[in-house]
Ligand binder design. Structure first.
Ligand SMILES: Cc1cc2nc3c(=O)[nH]c(=O)nc-3n(C[C@H](O)[C@H](O)[C@H](O)COP(=O)(O)OP(=O)(O)OC[C@H]3O[C@@H](n4cnc5c(N)ncnc54)[C@H](O)[C@@H]3O)c2cc1C
Ligand code: SF4
Length: 513
């Protein structure tokens, strides 16, 4: 009997059933997938993230086997599992000496890129690296478009709209406008009803027992009998359809809103399915574009453009930043922030209603939407001067969609300004006024959104001015921030002093906020 001749490695976030690898079956090709400790342990992940990845990998493997592909799947508790890519690959090559070549798809994480290159160099067989056939752009897209200059998302995004003919009318944007930000981003009035999110009911209790048995350290909550995230392409397509039917009509209008009434509002919750490549970004965008063509009275241009901007613009742009800036990006700390995360980041046990709700829903669902991540949790972290390494680790662990290539530029760059303005041209910070404008959090908060000093003063207010005051040397010359410094300098000296003192009190007792 002859053994396999070729090995193809499939990583846990490469569940792309439309990839050209799978167009033909070949009994001499052995597909390898593995659940390993090096992936469960590089950061403490949310339990839903670990369950979601492994469950989706198992479904994907079963699908390939049904199509006639040959699989070698190492489960976490398989005694033959040596728990790292390198050790497992070596042992598989020993077990199947007939293998003469191996292939892998470009990984999206830098650490895996290095690891697989190192393995290739020492494996002693032919190696071929393939495209993952998932993104619109290549890893080098920013370098090609901007060279060493500071990249700008708007320019990048417009280029991609033209190149891929998305929402275009010849060489002009559809309806003559590139950007609908001014029409979008409204607070949700109580009269607007918010659809309940589509949740699946996957029974993952057996998988959960395996994780418990192997003593994988995780965080957050789960009902493993009714796991709610999509774990295969069929479910991912249902979630996409649900979004298109029910949420897209108001997506843009309320994309920046926050509400105690709903944890996901009009957001798609597609990031997990997209990042594992169960969905292709182009099929998602084409479905949204088709929906606007078919239901123009229901889905206006601003809703669609808001969505296209996130997927074609931001998602591809942050990936470009990651690959242009790695490996140095992991160490960026432009503002030299060094405070530790307060304990309540893990429990939600704080009197700040916005933080409490955003953290609680994160622990409950492994999800918070963009504005909660950016303008509540990220905003507080930046104002309080938390160390970007710790903030990064937190975000990488807690969200179901968190994979370093997309998590790190968003966290370290966009939200913590640790890259000094590569992604964001100014720090995303605000006082309570913004949170109050965009949410219903402040009304029932222990703190008062209007007060800057005193026991009930909202911490965001004094920390906001403390942030600008302490970073004058680095920020004052930024033309986009000049206004804040003018307001600060016009305030009388006594008031400024009182605000700074209040901020110091809060900074000295972050744990008891
Ligand atoms: C501090 C911080 C950390 C983040 N960490 C992650 C992360 O680990 N993984 C992740 O996928 N996204 C991350 N984001 C981006 C964004 O918040 C999530 O993609 C989004 O909240 C996912 O929910 P959704 O699918 O409902 O998105 P929707 O609001 O429905 O948006 C549609 C899609 O657009 C894409 N998208 C939107 N904004 C961004 C963005 N800024 N960067 C990349 N893609 C975007 C996502 O694929 C998303 O599914 C982070 C943002 C911030 C501010
Ligand atoms: S008052 Fe301040 S802490 Fe409370 S919800 Fe509003 S912004 Fe958050």
């Amino acid at each position: 009997m002859t053994g396999p001749k070729k090995l193809r490695l499939i990583l846990g976030d490469q569940l792309h059933s439309g990839h050209s690898w799978y167009q033909k079956t070949d009994s001499s090709c052995l597909y390898v997938m593995m659940e390993i400790r090096s992936e469960t342990d590089y950061v403490r992940h949310h339990i839903q993230k670990v369950l979601g990845f492994f469950a989706a990998m198992r479904r994907f493997a079963a699908g390939l086997e049904n199509q006639g592909h040959v699989l070698y799947y190492l489960k976490l508790d398989n005694p033959e599992n040596l728990q790292s890519f390198d050790a497992n690959l070596r042992s598989i090559l020993e077990k199947f000496p007939s293998i003469q070549e191996w292939e892998y798809q470009e990984p999206d994480e830098y650490r895996l890129d290095v690891l697989l290159k190192e393995f290739s160099a020492s494996a002693g067989i032919l190696c071929r690296v393939c495209d993952s056939e998932h993104f619109y752009t290549s890893r080098n897209s920013l370098r090609e478009m901007f060279g060493d200059k500071v990249p700008r998302m708007e320019f990048f995004y417009r280029n991609l709209r033209k190149k891929h003919n998305i929402m275009m009318d010849g060489s002009e944007p559809l309806n003559g406008r590139w950007n609908y930000d001014a029409d979008n981003r409204k607070k949700i009035p109580s009269s607007v009803s918010i659809p309940k999110p589509l949740l699946f009911s996957n029974n993952l209790s057996d998988l959960k027992s395996v994780l418990d048995g192997e003593e994988i350290s995780t965080l957050g909550n789960v009902n493993a009998d009714e796991f709610s995230w999509p774990i295969d392409r069929e479910q991912a397509l249902k979630l996409l359809d649900f979004f298109i039917q029910n949420l897209l009509p108001l997506f843009g209008t309320y994309e920046d809103a926050m509400s105690l009434r709903s944890w996901s509002l009009f957001h798609s919750r597609l990031s997990f399915a997209l990042n594992l490549k169960m969905l292709h970004p182009d099929e998602v965008l084409q479905a949204a574009i088709r929906a606007m063509d078919e239901r123009p009275e229901e889905i206006s241009c601003n809703q669609l453009e808001g969505f296209v901007r996130q997927i074609l613009g931001w998602r591809e742009f942050v990936r470009g930043i990651y690959w242009r800036e790695m490996p140095g990006y992991t160490e960026k700390n432009f503002l030299n922030h060094n405070r530790s995360l307060p304990d309540w980041f893990w429990t939600g046990n704080t009197r700040m209603n916005c933080m409490k709700n955003s953290i609680n829903q994160t622990m409950e669902h492994a999800y918070a939407h963009h504005i909660q991540r950016l303008m509540v949790i990220g905003n507080f972290s930046l104002l309080a001067g938390l160390h970007p390494d710790e903030v990064d680790q937190w975000y990488l662990g807690v969200y179901i969609d968190a994979i370093e290539w997309v998590e790190m530029p968003n966290t370290r760059g966009m939200s913590q300004f640790a890259d000094g303005g590569l992604i964001a041209s100014k720090p995303y910070v605000s006082s309570a006024a913004y949170i109050d404008k965009m949410s219903d959090y402040c009304g029932s908060c222990f703190y008062s959104s209007k007060e800057k000093t005193g026991k009930k003063a909202c911490p965001f207010n004094s920390l906001y001015w403390h942030f600008f005051d302490r970073h004058q040397d680095k920020l004052k010359r930024n033309p986009r921030i000049g206004m804040a410094y003018q307001v600060w300098e016009k305030m009388d000296a006594e008031k400024r002093q009182a605000i700074l003192q209040q901020a110091e009190i809060y900074l000295n007792q972050l744990d008891s906020l």
